[in-house]
Design a protein around this ligand. Structure first.
Ligand SMILES: [Zn+2]
Length: 280
């Protein structure tokens, strides 16, 4: 379904999670190209990306278990078969990003990678999965990220960067791509920029360390330096991806825009500084 025909999303992320799990058809969107051999296969609320390599498909994030059938359907609509999925990369341990791992692994046998830090945190604090009672199938990662060694499948190579704060092991992804003229550009996906887990209320209520705020700020300052031309949102609304979809035209990729990344990161730096200053 075209995203323009969908009902508006609730403003509260908890309501979005409930809607997306209980009525996934209300967030279903058709897959679309965001970079050469790279597609958006998430839904109207939470992102997921499919990369084609010479040795099969890579999926970055999985959306949630009740809506993972939409990911399968997107893979099919793009002309692939789920059996081609070889590797699943997880951005962070919240349900909206890894809730679909188990059914995808069961159907495809794909290997799963995530950060060692978020795997440990998920074991230690399963309450922080934040699945609000929705179904979750457990899984075990096949490997952990090493930021000094890119994740490689066939001819695709993805650089990981540990960017903690939103969770202890939030991981961002970077990979080479091309613009409409065929010039090399960098694709970047931040692993999770939500500051909701960093407010006084949240940290207190969930018994989490206040040091996460400094981790978040340090990570954002590091991310700020990345020369990203194509920004992939872990949630599409963070970089208005569903608005940009309507500008897709032959020979024109509206997601190539070097202004988006610094704007996103600067906005988040301002938000965390406000929280740290006690003004939010
Ligand atoms: Zn999250």
């Amino acid at each position: 379904m075209n995203s323009l025909a969908l009902p508006p999303l609730p403003t509260d992320p908890h309501e979005c999670l409930i809607q997306g799990c209980d009525r996934p058809w209300e967030v279903a969107v058709d897959p679309f190209l965001v970079a050469p051999r790279t597609w958006y296969v998430g839904n109207n609320w939470v992102g997921a990306y499919l990369l084609e390599s010479s040795d099969g498909l890579i999926l970055i994030d999985t959306t949630m278990q009740p809506q993972v059938y939409l990911v399968f359907e997107s893979i099919r609509k793009l002309g692939f078969h789920p059996e081609q999925l070889k590797l699943i990369l997880i951005s962070h341990m919240h349900y909206d990003h890894l809730g679909g791992v188990r059914p995808l692994v069961e159907a495809t046998g794909a290997k799963v990678m995530m950060s060692r830090e978020d795997w440990a945190f998920l074991q230690d604090r399963p309450d922080q999965l934040l699945n609000m009672g929705r179904p979750f199938g457990s899984f075990t990662p096949d490997a952990f990220y090493n930021d000094n060694r890119p994740v490689v499948l066939g001819d695709r190579s993805i650089r990981t960067m540990l960017t903690p704060g939103h969770t202890p092991g939030t991981t961002s992804f970077f990979f080479d791509s091309a613009n409409d003229q065929g010039d090399p550009v960098l694709c970047g996906m931040h692993g999770g920029v939500g500051v909701i887990t960093l407010t006084d209320e949240w940290l207190g209520e969930h018994d989490l360390p206040v040091e996460w705020r400094q981790d978040y700020l340090d990570a954002m300052l590091k991310l700020r330096e990345m020369p990203v031309d194509i920004t992939l949102g872990s949630h599409p609304a963070q970089v208005r991806m569903m608005d940009r979809v309507r500008d897709i035209a032959p020979g024109h990729n509206p997601f190539v825009d070097a202004a988006v990344w610094p704007k996103l990161i600067d906005g988040r730096i301002a938000m965390i500084r406000d929280i740290m200053a006690g003004t939010k």
